[in-house]
Design a protein around this ligand. Structure first.
Ligand code: WT7
Length: 568
């Protein structure tokens, strides 16, 4: 039996306050995600239950019960407080998926500070713009990543503390650096958790748009209400489940459903701190008897590519329920998983800004492979006419996805960017920036993004950020960055580059430029192909027309370019 029971009855749910009682929350009272994910679970008598089962690429394991999670997050919180970190200060987590990342997240929230998780593969420039924008006061990181922080330290006067969580005492510490080894720190049992309220800031996630620098998406502790209920009803986590979310907490899936959702329900979760390998992934499921698995279409397509022989070498009979997020989940992937893994992946749609699942296939609901499903109970969503911003009632017509604001996990703003935040609303609707159509039964079918942002393997990349970084490479005169089709990642980054006079358009230059971007931004942002051109298509006022290049990559009709040539 699923948690949601009769999904049709649940679709009538619209009042989020029904969840308050389940979470012991009284309006205007104290609400702290850090407490809810550890102390509260211990109070329910589950202190000895396994909270985290961590494994790294060598098969080395670490285990934490909910009580150990409570103590360790108190200990990190107390340490930060001793350093002078206060409520609302931004504290960055810049680590691989090691236990300190998950525990540190709760510790930061427990002192009322704002957790700012950043993907550890980010290069120094990606790191700099996000720490600079957030005015981050402290960063928790690992020895292997500290070099990137050192490189940008001069430009970050507000960054007071660089805390290394795995220092072995071998290399000398530099300016503003200190050591915090969780295993050696004195455990803090009694701890004064900061009395955050529903609207106190909690998490700051950075997301990329078409133009401008990445935007800090500001969430509050009240997001827990949506994250808890969607985890319960969509991911269907139940008392004895062993859950695995493959996302990195540098991205919102890894925090909303890789920390907050499962732990607020007191569920055991596994973390595999290793890259993708079909064999290793199946072995991980088998070894830990994983029953609920939340992953992403690119991973599923990679599994499909790895073939069925490797599936047979593992026992996957523990799997009870599967879900996916991040990019379009093609019908073939749903059909494949049902045939080969015995369960279909249920598609879920949401984004950093929405904080929790918005459109989804609910357990029990008939699945239409290729469709994202319906609005989660309590979410009012529509497909809107792109000019009038009125809902389109006929099925099959493409428009913009829109949601009525007001669900608990909705972002409260873009950090220091009120203007761009306001632009996300039209006619009383929040616009996530995606296009879709509805069918006669109210299922949403994803069509595409409404901007130039590239979604590579479920990660959003801003063409603007890559173009800006390319311009910093000495040989590059001009560039345009677009998505190129890819069998597994759906889209990858492609750069059109015009070189300055005197530079050679050859493979060495291509590789050098790729490497430059990988180091400066991240492996995800690195162009998979660079095409050297003699000129780039531009509007009369000199703006590069990415749309023409995009259409070329996708073999689409370019359409009427006369309008494109005028700046809109
Ligand atoms: C964008 C959000 C929240 C999860 C991680 C991504 C695309 C997300 C789906 C889906 C088609 C999807 C949208 C969305 N997207 N889920 N099920 N089908 N597209 O969070 O980095 O904020 O990206 O990812 O374009 O706006 P994000």
């Amino acid at each position: 039996m699923s948690n949601i029971g009769d999904y049709k009855e649940r679709l009538a749910h619209s009042d989020w306050s029904e969840v308050h009682e389940e979470l012991d929350y009284r309006p205007e009272g104290i609400l702290n995600i850090g407490w809810h994910c550890s102390d509260r679970i211990c109070r329910q008598g589950k202190g000895d239950k396994l909270a985290l089962l961590w494994e790294n690429v060598c098969g080395h394991e670490k285990r934490y019960t909910f009580n150990e999670l409570r103590l360790a997050s108190n200990t990190i919180g107390a340490h930060l407080r001793k350093l002078g970190i206060r409520d609302e200060d931004r504290v960055c987590l810049f680590m691989d998926r090691i236990p300190e990342l998950y525990i540190g997240f709760l510790g930061i929230l427990k002192i009322g500070a704002v957790a700012q998780p950043l993907f550890s593969a980010f290069g120094d420039e990606s790191l700099f713009v996000r720490l600079d924008n957030a005015g981050t006061r402290a960063i928790l990181t690992q020895r292997k990543h500290v070099g990137k922080v050192r490189k940008i330290l001069d430009r970050l006067p507000q960054l007071e503390h660089i805390i290394i969580v795995d220092h072995d005492g071998k290399k000398a510490l530099e300016d503003r650096e200190s050591v915090f080894n969780l295993a050696e720190a004195e455990t803090v049992d009694a701890f004064d958790i900061f009395p955050t309220r529903a609207e106190s800031p909690s998490v700051l996630h950075y997301t990329s748009g078409t133009t401008g620098q990445p935007k800090g998406v500001q969430h509050v502790h009240y997001s827990l209400i949506s994250q808890y209920l969607t985890t319960k009803w969509v991911l269907d986590l139940q008392e004895n489940d062993i859950y695995w979310c493959t996302a990195d907490p540098g991205w919102v899936t890894g925090t909303s459903y890789g920390i907050i959702g499962p732990w607020s329900l007191g569920i055991t979760q596994c973390v595999l701190d290793a890259g993708f390998s079909a064999e290793a992934w199946y072995r991980f499921i088998d070894k830990h008897s994983i029953s609920m698995w939340y992953s992403a279409p690119t991973a599923i397509r990679s599994l499909m590519k790895a073939g069925e022989e490797v599936v047979k070498r593992a026992d996957l009979s523990s799997l009870r329920h599967l879900a996916s997020v991040g990019e379009p989940l093609n019908a073939e992937a749903v059909i494949w998983s049902e045939r080969v893994l015995g369960k279909p992946f249920l598609d879920t749609y949401w984004q950093t800004e929405t904080g929790s699942i918005m459109i989804t296939n609910l357990p029990g609901m008939p699945i239409k492979p290729g469709s994202m499903g319906k609005c989660f109970p309590g979410i009012q969503g529509a497909v809107l006419n792109a000019k009038t911003f009125e809902p389109i009632t006929e099925p099959g017509i493409v428009g913009l996805i829109g949601f009525r604001p007001g669900w608990p996990a909705m972002m409260r703003g873009y950090w220091k960017n009120e203007k761009v935040y306001q632009e996300k609303f039209r006619n009383g609707w929040y616009l996530p920036g995606d296009r879709a159509k509805l069918d006669a039964e109210g299922y949403f079918w994803f069509v595409g993004r409404d901007d130039d942002v590239i979604n590579t393997g479920g990660h959003l990349i801003s063409p603007f950020e890559v173009e800006s970084a390319l311009l910093e490479y000495e040989a590059v005169a001009e560039s345009a960055v677009v998505a190129k089709p890819d069998e597994v990642n759906m889209e990858v980054v492609k750069a059109y580059v015009l070189l300055k006079d005197g530079y050679l358009a050859n493979q060495d230059t291509e590789l050098e430029i790729m490497n430059f971007i990988r180091k400066k931004l991240s492996p995800l942002a690195m162009p998979q192909e660079i095409e050297f051109v003699g000129s780039l298509p531009k509007t009369r006022s000199g703006k590069i027309m990415r749309r023409i290049l995009h259409a070329r990559e996708w073999g689409e009709e370019i359409g009427d370019t006369s309008t494109l040539e005028d700046d809109e």
